[in-house]
Write a protein that binds this ligand. Structure first.
Ligand SMILES: *Cc1c(COP(=O)(O)O)cnc(C)c1O
Length: 426
């Protein structure tokens, strides 16, 4: 495959956009090479500016659950756009999508729409702090909750009670309120609560981690967090920006039968337009302005264009809940096929999968947290990524990312992909 035009466009972009991209992972830094510029996309396929077709396993990092340019979403957006795209005043469609979301997701009474997953998580944390009157939060190493300051904290050794900023620009003052825990390690979380009695406002977690590759919660882990939060008067926040409307109609709360106090959404809920949301019980959500004291706002929040896309998406999912079963079956089929190839070639690997979230780590050891996820960040992954690309299959340009399977994929596409894996390791 040729990437001449992409390379040219990237060189031009680098002159006027930092790193040539508007979000870092797009730059291919961890796998090498130059990013591919997309011309258009339809269903399961991306078409790049050099005329290559790629089977897409990223789908804009999740939103395109039903494929690119999904007709009901496209039509809804076109119709709405003709009538004005934002008013900064209430519109009926906001209530319509809110009612639908509340009916689909367990344990939520009210939902507020924002413009990204980052905003949703940032606002949920502020709300949890305002509601509990406490300042500290627990987050897990390797979980991503957007790029707001409180979340850009990495573990230094022994940094259980005092985080240190891992991104310049995040102050020590902010970092010290983010306590880092180890995913799937309940005893670790319990010890953090013991060491910070009465100070922890909330735990925020990806109920299935997807930002260190796919890492499922161990049996009882989420229920254990629920219990710890209840014991210590903290809120449990499920960051369902990735898992929401993907793993089940009601997301991870439904799948695992564990209640969260606040849930954040993004990605699928916007159908490919910039939408995020956070939701919870009326009691907690009514702590928000204008009824409550916690301020949160947005000029373009809930704009009709974004709401039309989101509503069309949720309606499609809601009217055909077999979509989750289909997605699961397709992803399981892909998993089985890739396993067979890697076994036959005697390649060391681990595959983690929950529903339509899957990732391949090129190491045979179990992957349960951020540290073990790092085993797969190696040259074999780079070979895999570039090899698949050459065969016309696009996966995330980082071993720390899950694949986002779309229902637009056919079994022929899946077979094509499995054959591509076979060719990569020929
Ligand atoms: C993508 C993601 C976010 C951030 O959402 P943006 O829309 O990129 O701001 C937050 N949390 C999780 C779990 C995500 O996957």
């Amino acid at each position: 495959m040729l990437y001449q035009r992409s390379s040219q466009l990237f060189a031009e972009a680098e002159k006027v956009i930092p790193g040539g991209v508007n979000s870092p992972v797009r730059a291919f830094k961890s796998v090498g090479g130059t990013p591919i510029f997309v011309k258009e996309a339809k269903g399961a396929y991306l078409y790049d500016v050099d005329g290559n077709r790629l089977v897409d396993y990223i789908n804009s990092w999740g939103p395109m659950l039903l494929g690119h340019a999904y007709p009901p979403v496209v039509e809804a957006v076109i119709e709405k756009a003709k009538k004005g795209t934002s008013f900064g005043m209430p519109t009926e469609i906001e209530t319509e999508i809110a009612e639908l979301a509340v009916s689909m997701v367990p344990h939520i009474d009210k939902i507020r729409f924002v413009n990204s997953g980052t905003e949703a998580c940032m606002s949920a944390i502020r709300l949890a702090r305002g509601y509990t009157g406490r300042e500290k939060i627990i987050k897990f190493k390797g979980c991503y909750h957007g790029h707001s300051d409180s979340f850009l904290i990495q573990a230094g050794s022994g940094a259980v009670t005092f985080g240190s900023p891992n991104s310049p620009g995040v102050t020590q003052g902010t970092a010290k309120d983010t306590l880092l825990a180890t995913y799937n390690d309940l005893a670790n979380v319990a010890s953090i609560f013991e060491a910070n009695k009465g100070e922890i406002a909330a735990i925020i977690i990806e109920p299935v981690a997807g930002n260190m590759g796919c890492v499922p919660p161990k049996e009882g882990f989420l229920a254990g967090l629920r219990q710890l939060c209840d014991d210590h008067g903290a809120l449990l926040i499920f960051d369902e920006v990735m898992t929401g409307f993907r793993l089940a109609r009601g997301g991870a709360q439904e799948l695992f039968g564990v209640r969260a106090d606040l849930v954040t959404f993004g990605k699928v809920i916007g159908g490919g337009l910039p939408v995020g949301a956070f939701a919870g019980s009326a009691k907690v959500m009514d702590y928000l302005a204008p009824v409550g004291p916690v301020y949160q706002a947005g000029t373009l929040s809930g704009n009709p264009l974004a709401m039309a896309a989101g509503l069309a998406m949720l309606q499609a999912i809601n009217s055909d809940v077999t979509v989750f079963k289909r997605l699961e079956e397709k992803t399981a089929y892909l998993e089985k096929g890739i396993r067979a190839v890697l076994e036959a070639k005697q390649i060391k690997y681990t595959i983690n999968r929950v529903g339509s979230m899957i990732s391949v780590f090129f190491d045979e050891r179990e992957v349960v947290d951020f540290e073990t996820a790092g085993y797969g960040n190696n040259d074999t992954f780079k070979t895999f990524f570039h090899g698949l690309l050459k065969e016309g299959v696009y996966i995330a340009p980082s071993s720390y990312e899950t694949w986002f399977i779309t229902d637009a994929l056919t079994y022929e596409d899946l077979d094509f992909t499995i054959q591509a894996v076979d060719k990569v390791f020929a």
